[in-house]
Design a protein. Sequence first.
Length: 220
Amino acid sequence: MFEIAPSILSADFTRLGEEIRAVEIGGAKVLHVDVMDGQFVPNITIGLPVVKSIRKATSLTIDTHLMIENPGNYAVKFVEAGADMVSVHVEADVHLQRTLCAIREAGGQSGIAINPATPLNSLEEALPFADFILLMSVNPGFGGQKFIDTSLDKLRRLRRMIDERGLNTRIEIDGGIDADNIAKIVEAGAEIIVSGTGVFGKGNATEGVKELIGAATVWI
Ligand code: DX5
Ligand code: ZN
């Protein structure tokens, strides 16, 4: 099974509560929140106060994707703010194992995010400490970018790596996913599918989620 995780980066922030309600009605189970610091990525978005507000407004699983330097300084604070899932980039944390354990101890699900050019073998040692891997299929920083095609093969290799080790680690994928490519992505083994423009781009987020679910279920 797969879950759609709308990325609120592409939502209308003046109507955020309504946008969240719209994706709930469409069948989304996870809400993806992109946190950027202007250092790890060339963009600045939102942080802890917004996550706290969203927590009061929804019972969806809140998934915070930390695109920040030294994520170990903030990861637990996101769990305390109400996030259920917190991912930190393998490229940004020299004490990744410690951060992942701290997220779990705080009651969150720990995730490792990995950029398109970072090899999968950088996950090997930390994999047992992660509840999920967030495979980036664009270079993080902006919504609306094109899916990098080599990500599909990387996704298949990650699926194999997890299965061969007998782990339950879930795979989330993020960047450039829409109704045209979602079926291939689900078939290749992704379980949580992030989509920003694909959900919010046409102005009706309920229909956006439904369209993605419909396009993906060809394989179920
Ligand atoms: C990119 C973010 C993504 C982004 C996805 O840095 O991590 O979550 O919002 O947006 P789309 O689906 O438009 O590529
Ligand atoms: Zn993201």
